[in-house]
Structures are given as C-alpha cells and as structure tokens.
Design a binder for this molecule. Structure first.
Ligand code: FAD
Length: 284
C-alpha cells in the first residue's frame, strides 16, 4: 500500500528537530530506520503528516564503553551492534539478541532507538533493556532527562516519552556473569511468540543475582523481580528454574492472536525461559 501524503523534513541540528516537533505536535514523528514506522504508514495504521528524519543529526550513532558504563547512541543500527567486537566482549547478550531480530536487510536500517521508542510489545530490545536495567536519555524543549527502561513502558505503543522529546542514547552498566537471549518465533525474521533475556551472576556455586525479562507476553515487556529472586541463593537446579518460571508466568498476561491461544503462549513462555536460564547459568 501507499502511505497518505506527508511532509518530509531533514534537519541538521537537534534544535531544528525539537522546533519541528513543537510546531507540529502530535502530527509529527521522528524517523530513524523507518522499519517500523514506514510499514505502519503504508498499512494506514499510522497517519503522520510531518515526518522528521534524524539521519542528518550528528552524534546520535555510536557505541562507547567507559568506566564500566556502556553507551549506545539511538541511531546505532542492529547491524552496528552485531559488528561491534568491544560491545560483544562486554555485553554479549546484545549481539545474541540483535541477531534474532528480523533479517539482515531490516537490521542494516533498524536502530536501537527506534526499537525501544516504538513501544511495540513485539520488539526485542525493550525487554532486553529492562533485563540490563538500562536508562533511556531524552531531550526535549525543557532540556534533558533520563528514564529507567523498567519505567518507560505504559501500555502498547504508549511510553514515558513526550511527543516533543527525542531519545538520544541508552546507557547501562557492563553486565556481570552469564547471559542468554532465547526467542521462539513462527519463522525466520518473525517477531517473538515469546522471548526471554536473562543475566545471572554466580558466587560460590550459587546464584548471586539474576535479572529476567520477557517479550510479547503482555502489552509491555515484563521484567519479573520475583522470577530473578527465585533463583538467588540456589544452585540453579531444576526446582529453582521451575520456581522462576512459575513466578514469571504469574507476571505475564498474554492475549490470543495469530501466534496462538493464551495457553499455548504460556506454555512457550515457560519452555523459552527455562532454556534461557539454563544457558545463562552454564555461562555464569
Ligand atoms: P522507525 O521505524 O524509524 O521508528 C519507530 C518509532 O520510534 C516511530 O514512532 C518513531 O517516531 C520512533 N522513534 C524512532 N527513533 C526515535 C528517537 N530517537 N526518539 C524518539 N522516537 C523515536 N523488531 C524486533 O524487535 N524484532 C523482530 O523480530 C522484528 N522483525 C521485523 C520484521 C520485519 C519484516 C520488519 C520490517 C521489521 C521488524 N522489526 C523487528 C522492527 C525493526 O527492528 C525496526 O527497525 C525497529 O523496531 C524500529 O527501528 P527503526 O529505526 O526502524 O525505527
């Protein structure tokens, strides 16, 4: 399909972006890689009379690791993430997850900022960012502010970002211990039926800390404090994994759609999470 008519802007400064957002209010959207927004416009699920391309803004791309903190500019693509050796050494879960997003063509264009800003419950990066306890950095007419990924998602496509704010970067501490990103999908290139992001650290043969988040099982990503807590102090054996899975199943709220009925999704969630915990523990 062809999208409705729109005005296209390509400002070269953030001030220019913010001025356009203020001028056009909720009739304007920024454009990053365009691989969520343009399909929505073509399907007429999004009507965007004013489209503001971020490609001309310097300083929004790139990955830095400094003093134990990882910073990823929002225009960094999934392809950039997969190819960054330093990031993969510091936080291997990033590439493991990015490699399971769509296909190479989408990953060349799709940005990490667009993926987390979109608010689509099917996007993989929001749950991963909650697992990593990331923070999102925003700029708007009132200045800059930071929102925790765990506080960012209100409901499907509704986030803490104001209409006139732009996401500039994501930061998180270099994760400790073992990781796993496990995703079940109907076919290569598809969104998740269920996906799990897990980080586990080990001390004296026991789980010292665990962070667990899941994707596409509620209208927001689900970081389950109880699921992580169920593993802490255990040897991460079958009983502990069962308890963590039970805790997560109590926190998710899947709905029936073309990926299956609720009972199937809950079953898949349990399998996916059990595998992810076992793999993260084996790497801890
Ligand atoms: P855009 O489409 O440009 O923007 C998306 C939304 O975010 C828009 O509302 C835009 O205004 C807003 N936005 C973008 N950047 C900013 C910013 N810096 N500040 C504020 N708002 C911003 N994704 C997955 O996670 N998993 C998948 O399995 C998956 N499969 C896909 C399969 C196909 C065939 C396609 C086409 C896409 C798929 N995607 C998947 C989506 C893909 O990863 C998108 O690229 C990504 O979700 C959005 O990134 P983008 O840079 O393309 O954002």
């Amino acid at each position: 399909m062809i999208p409705a008519a729109f005005e296209y802007y390509r400002p070269t400064s953030m001030e220019g972006v913010l001025a356009l957002l203020q001028e056009h209010g909720d009739e304007a959207r920024v454009l990053a890689g365009g691989h969520s927004l343009i399909p929505m416009m073509k399907l007429r699920m999004a009507d965007v009379p004013h489209l503001i391309d971020l490609q001309g803004i310097a300083g929004l791309s790139g990955i830095t690791i400094d003093g134990g903190t990882i910073r990823i500019g929002t225009m960094t693509t999934q392809h950039d993430i997969i190819g960054d050796a330093a990031l993969t050494a510091a936080a291997p879960i990033m590439a493991e997850a990015a490699l399971q997003i769509a296909d190479p063509q989408v990953r060349y264009m799709g940005t990490v900022g667009g993926n987390v800003a979109n608010g689509d419950p099917g996007n993989d990066m929001p749950g991963l960012m909650q697992c990593l306890d990331a923070h999102f950095h925003l700029i708007g007419p009132e200045g800059e502010r930071t929102v925790a990924a765990r506080d960012f998602y209100d409901s499907a496509y509704m986030t803490a970002r104001e209409d006139d704010e732009v996401l500039t970067a994501i930061t998180f501490a270099v994760p400790v211990g073992g990781h796993a990103y496990e995703k079940q999908k109907r076919k290569i290139g598809d969104y998740a039926t269920a996906a799990a992001a897990v980080q586990i650290s080990k001390e004296g043969g026991k789980v010292a800390a665990a962070s667990i988040a899941m994707t596409n099982l509620s209208d927001t990503p689900v970081w389950s404090e109880a699921a992580g807590a169920a593993l802490v102090g255990t040897d991460c054996g079958a009983d502990a994994i069962k308890a963590a899975v039970a805790a997560m199943l109590a926190d998710i709220d899947p709905t029936e759609d073309n990926r299956g009925p609720v009972a199937f999704k809950r079953h898949v969630a349990g399998i996916v999470l059990g595998r992810a915990i076992a793999r993260a523990w084996s790497r801890a």
